[in-house]
Write a protein that binds this ligand. Structure first.
Ligand SMILES: NC(=O)c1ccc[n+]([C@@H]2O[C@H](COP(=O)([O-])OP(=O)(O)OC[C@H]3O[C@@H](n4cnc5c(N)ncnc54)[C@H](O)[C@@H]3O)[C@@H](O)[C@H]2O)c1
Length: 251
């Protein structure tokens, strides 16, 4: 069966697990050849095993421009181009603002903002050449403010500004730039935060489900589905937007 993304090539950062791995799988199911890029080399390779299309797992740290260049060159060498980039790799280093250290501030901004800058700049070369591209950033509901996440929330809000500006600069080349802003999604990231705060995962899920209009928390596949729409050719009139996927209208 013909897929919406047949003939396309998608690069997903942080593709080894969680939302990234679900996105790698979903874009492959839609017909794209996929590159999973991650700090975790074994995880990146595993994420592309058994897919219906061709996949490549690449190890790279997106906070290093040199490593990003090397990875993008390898991907373009293998598949000839990149059509879709999903800037998904992320970290959290939570803490109240008054005692937040430079290391925690710097790592979170370097990963989400600077890493997305390096990856998108490198991947956009072939998009401009081919006059087609889909740039997607993982923002967050936390962009609207979240206690203990000054660094993360600043970075996630910054990505929304980046998407709006790239929408303007790249629009004439058939390239769109958008954000997906998830709410609470079940992944290693959210489980690690719970462990750190000493809370019970089950209690947290129950409370978050109760707060959500749809009475459940998100799964990685929920977010991958929104990304798949923004990655598809049919989303070409949507650009510079942030789609909140939080299970509630009240973000
Ligand atoms: N899980 C949620 O509830 C949630 C909510 C809103 C937004 N998000 C965002 O969605 C994205 C994915 O989140 P997740 O929950 O799947 O996270 P996760 O922790 O499960 O996976 C993140 C992946 O990014 C990789 N990574 C981290 N730093 C990297 C670097 N410097 N270079 C390359 N790879 C790196 C990790 O190795 C990991 O595989 C993140 O940007 C996150 O901020 C998640």
């Amino acid at each position: 069966m013909a897929g919406k993304l047949d003939g396309r090539v998608a690069l997903v950062t942080g593709g080894a697990q969680g939302i990234g791995a679900a996105t790698v799988r979903r874009l492959s199911e839609d017909g794209a050849n996929v590159i999973a890029l991650d700090l975790d080399a074994a995880g990146a390779k595993k994420a592309v095993e058994g897919l219906p299309t061709e996949g490549l797992g690449v190890a790279a740290d997106i906070t290093s421009r040199a490593e990003v260049k090397h990875a993008v060159d390898e991907a373009v060498g293998r598949f000839g181009k990149i059509d879709i980039v999903v800037n998904n790799a992320g970290v959290t280093r939570d803490g109240l603002f008054y005692k937040m250290g430079d290391d925690d501030w710097d790592l979170v901004l370097a990963t989400h903002l600077t890493g997305s800058f390096y990856v998108t700049q490198a991947a956009s070369e072939s998009m401009v050449k081919n006059k087609f591209g889909r740039i997607i950033f993982l923002s967050s509901r936390s962009a609207l403010g979240n206690r203990g996440q000054a660094n993360y929330s600043a970075a996630k809000a910054g990505l929304q500004g980046l998407a709006r500006t790239l929408a303007i600069e790249f629009g004439p080349y058939g390239i769109t730039a958008n954000c997906v802003a998830p709410g609470f999604v079940e992944t290693a990231m959210t489980k690690a935060i719970t462990e750190k705060t000493g809370g019970s995962w089950d209690d947290l899920v129950a409370a978050a489900s109760e707060r959500a209009a749809v009475k459940r928390i998100g799964q990685p596949e929920d977010i991958a589905a929104v990304i798949a729409f923004l990655a598809s050719p049919e989303s070409g009139f949507v650009t510079g937007q942030t789609i909140y996927a939080t299970g509630s209208p009240a973000v």
